[in-house]
Design a protein around this ligand. Sequence first.
Ligand SMILES: *[C@@H]1O[C@H](CO)[C@@H](O)[C@H](O)[C@H]1NC(C)=O
Ligand SMILES: *[C@@H]1O[C@H](CO)[C@@H](O)[C@H](O)[C@H]1NC(C)=O
Ligand SMILES: *[C@@H]1O[C@H](CO)[C@@H](O)[C@H](O)[C@H]1NC(C)=O
Length: 370
Amino acid sequence: MGGQRTLSVLLLLMMGVVTTALPATTGDITTIVDMTSTVGPSSATVCGTPPLNNKIVGGENAPAGSWPWQASLQMSDGHVCGGSLINKVWVMSAAHCFASSDPNGWNISLGRQTLEGINSNEVSRTVAEIIIHPDYNNFTKDNDIALLKLSSPVDFTNYILPVCLAASDSVFNNGTDSWVTGWGNINEGVPIPSPQDLQEVEVSVVGNRQCDCLNGAGSITDNMLCAGDLAGGKDSCQGDSGGPMVIQQNSVWVQSGVVSWGHGCARPNLPGVYTRVSSYQTWIDSHIKTDKPGFVQFISSGVDADSDYICSDGPTTTVDPYPYPYPYPYPYPYPYPYPYPYESIFDHGHSLFSSVYLLSTLFILMFLTI
Ligand SMILES: *[C@@H]1O[C@H](CO)[C@@H](O)[C@H](O)[C@H]1NC(C)=O
Ligand SMILES: *[C@@H]1O[C@H](CO)[C@@H](O)[C@H](O)[C@H]1NC(C)=O
Ligand SMILES: *[C@@H]1O[C@H](CO)[C@@H](O)[C@H](O)[C@H]1NC(C)=O
């Protein structure tokens, strides 16, 4: 089954570790926004334009301040989920991060670079209110989105800024270049090493039709958005849940997805699944009355390669539930690992070999009986 990407420090951002080295600034922080004003600029005017992000597509290391909307949602001083700051007082995350809408015990950390040690730019807030999407489905993970109201607003700095959100008419063609950030596991079951720097990974959108074929027919709803590297090795993972997937358009960073679920992490042909932020503009708008988040329409040009995608091995694709390395090693290990990974001939794809094996056995038996 699909694993949700919650729990402490799990996840799979396999790219370079974000460096902690700060530009040599002393004392003063130069900002593009007026931080002394008690009112300050509206979130919609400053969203998605971090002054310290000079990311080039294909780049690897990002200094502190690259992803100033990244939040760590903590319980009992431990990281549980990611989140994103969307205005001065609201953080967006995934519904599956919360057992209930009781805000007690949560502590939201912003402006943070490492989970361990001192973070001079860090600011934390307790939570006044948690709004879980009323149609969140804990089994299908449909509508996996939640809003958290901070106990008091935060001031924007170079290290704490809101992200813009994908507006409802946004289009993300297959292959759209995206970035995911978080403190989750760097591989299945492997937490990020000390001092637990914020990780970033570059992934590409995988269209819903192809993603549905790969993750299991019927598993991907219109409210989901997939991304990954079909070759494997790049993905979000446990502990990244609730964190942002962002796309840059005309120098503005727009959040397209919320880390939601996946089969394992970074496995080949199993892209990660994200909540499709653009499906929720109306819902978000209905809960945030003042200092509205900035909604930006993301446009993909050209024809979406996914628009007429048909599952290559029929519409009934299912996913092997066992955490067994893929592709399977050859020759097969003996004794076979348990649970037996080469299920039935009705299982597709992975068990092609076993179907061939079974069929040839049948042929030999038929031959012998003649
Ligand atoms: C919240 O987290 C910050 C940073 O880890 C910590 O300094 C602070 O004491 C925490 N606050 C509460 C109320 O737990
Ligand atoms: C949601 O499902 C997970 C398993 O996927 C389970 O551990 C959890 O308790 C469920 N939560 C609720 C609120 O039912
Ligand atoms: C979608 O994009 C990925 C690269 O990100 C590519 O591997 C895949 O073949 C594309 N799908 C289609 C249907 O073109």
